[in-house]
Design a protein around this ligand. Sequence first.
Ligand SMILES: Nc1ncnc2c1ncn2[C@@H]1O[C@H](COP(=O)(O)OP(=O)(O)O)[C@@H](O)[C@H]1O
Ligand SMILES: [Mg+2]
Length: 357
Amino acid sequence: MGLFDSLKRNSKPAPTRPNEQQESRTANSPTQRYDEVNEAAQVVERDVHASSGAEEAAVYIKASGDAPAPVHVEEEVYAEEPIEPAKASYVAFRDKGPVSHIIGQTKILAIINQKGGVGKSTTAVNLAAALGAAGKEVLLVDLDPQGNATSGYGIDKRDIDQCVYNVLLGETPIEDVILAEVGKGVDVLPSTISLAGAEVELVNEMARENRLKNALGTLRGRYDYILIDCPPSLGLLTINALVAADKLLIPIQCEFYALEGVTKLLDSMKRVKSVLNPSLDIYGIVLTMYDARTNLSKQVVDEVRSFFGDTVFETVIPRTVKLSEAPSYGQPILDYAPENKGTEAYNELAQEVIKRG
Ligand SMILES: Nc1ncnc2c1ncn2[C@@H]1O[C@H](COP(=O)(O)OP(=O)(O)O)[C@@H](O)[C@H]1O
Ligand SMILES: [Mg+2]
């Protein structure tokens, strides 16, 4: 009657020393992956019973059929009060107040990984907020038709009639679309679902890969950082981001198959670099959704660090419920849960970014 019964039904008998077994594995076949999920589940279940005995504790694991989902461990409890998203307040870009400091060189960073659900939008929203809080001027560009960065800032897509789509198609100047002062030091170039059509509509246009680059180029000198939240694909929108960006910030989730697809992304980067954007390079790798209670998280951190070396930020973003709740309240975690470890982590990441220049 435990939380993980459905998972155990198809499993082998519990190993007595799961960590030892886990260490002896090298490959990542689906069966081994399934075994690892089971082992982790047993360890977590034992811990929960030992600590509180409460099955209702917010510790859960998702698994179905023969395609088990990654282990998801949580210690915190979800908020119970009804969700009332904060509504963003903003002004037109042209009515923006003066910037309090002299802007040096604008750095355009694409937050990119074609794998979905790795923490791109979470990192885009919260890094933007943390850089803004640290006194920087930031433009957050939402380049995903899903618009998670837009709604993560409490912007109601029903209230806006122009978005990054109109900019890419050359219909509207970027200054007319930017929502300024959405947060301290943060402006947003929003996305709506109409952006989904851009991939198709841009195909027959001239200089279709350069649209974002040209639009953002007019804003150099107006912002310290321009962060582009990319969609989970390697289509024309992502190519636009690769061409527009100075450097890439790649979030990697601490989970099975963490590096899956990254080679493909690096190939795309090299291709764009050789033809359209010679100075393109990796700016940094940020590890996300780290769970200190699982060996797996630690293994992924070690693996990614040994693969990418110093490119990997020291700061590792922990898995915390507050980070996943904040978007439904339309707030970055800095406002939603200022004392949370997620706030601390994104503030530290912002400091590392500022140091890297
Ligand atoms: N550090 C974290 N802790 C807990 N949940 C997270 C964390 N980072 C992201 N999430 C959640 O995981 C899901 C995927 O994250 P998201 O940033 O939308 O990924 P992507 O933009 O790469 O698709 C979202 O529901 C988000 O709230
Ligand atoms: Mg996203």
